[in-house]
Design a binder for this molecule. Sequence first.
Ligand code: AMP
Length: 305
Amino acid sequence: MAQSNPRLVVVGSIGLDTIETPRARREEILGGSAVYACAAASFFTRVGMVGVVGTDFPLRHRRLFERFGIDLRGLQTVEGRTFRWSGVYEEDFNSRRTLKTELNVFADFEPRLPPAYRRAPFLFLANIAPALQLHILDQMERRPRLVLADTMDLWIHMARTDLHRLIARVDVLTLNDSEARHLTGRHSLVAAAHAILRLGPRAVLVKKGEHGCLLFTPHGIRVLPAFPLEEVYDPTGAGDAFAGGLSGWLASRPRYSLPDVRAAMVHGSVIASFGVEAFGLDRLRRLTRPQIEARVREFRAMCRV
Ligand code: AMP
């Protein structure tokens, strides 16, 4: 049977992470921005993954993508080593230091959108070099209804010109609080977000880790806490799962307006909260839709004023 086209396309990194938290250390586990985002989105919509792995990429990880129902026509395998990243978390789990980033096959990656992806109505440009994010955007045959992009300090530092070009072309930019400050040189998050809005996007979504997130649009500010957890095991990928869950949930709606974006933020936060309950994808791979819905109800009740 012919595969149906994805409603949401995600481009980003696919890699092997070595993570050290105050609780434990894991070596070379499955990670990457596109992986967390696609896994999160797969609970709500048909999602296609765009990225590259090397010939050393374990088959069991590919099988896991299939179990999530992720469309893999955009996943390339090339001769060489898969992307690797390692990081260590401080005692409070909020600050993280990158120990090593090995781009490997990403260094020469030329993302190619399969024809079946080029008219997707939703596009999430997860964290990856801004030049690659732009390259994907250029290949879309029609303007998606929503283009969301994420970035990180490394690119603000190394690829600022490309990043500015990208920001001017997306609907929503997501980044964390320190990155918003770094990008704009403004300490106040409100001032920083407004400075980013002036670069062109319709909305800026500032992530504040365990303190939740803020959505800035020209019409106002929306605030959402993070779902409070008793224990966190591994915060890696929380931002990607948040944005993937958010865009996946929006992609599952026939149409959307601002109140839907807030509901999407709730769903993204809930998926991210499950994700950090175990290392890597260990919790998301066991997650069910009824568990998500139950936590969404609990979260909505908590947020009511
Ligand atoms: P987050 O915790 O949301 O910042 O995302 C963590 C994921 O981002 C990890 O699984 C890493 O593999 C991936 N990652 C780290 N550095 C980079 C980078 N420079 N480009 C793309 N992905 C990265």
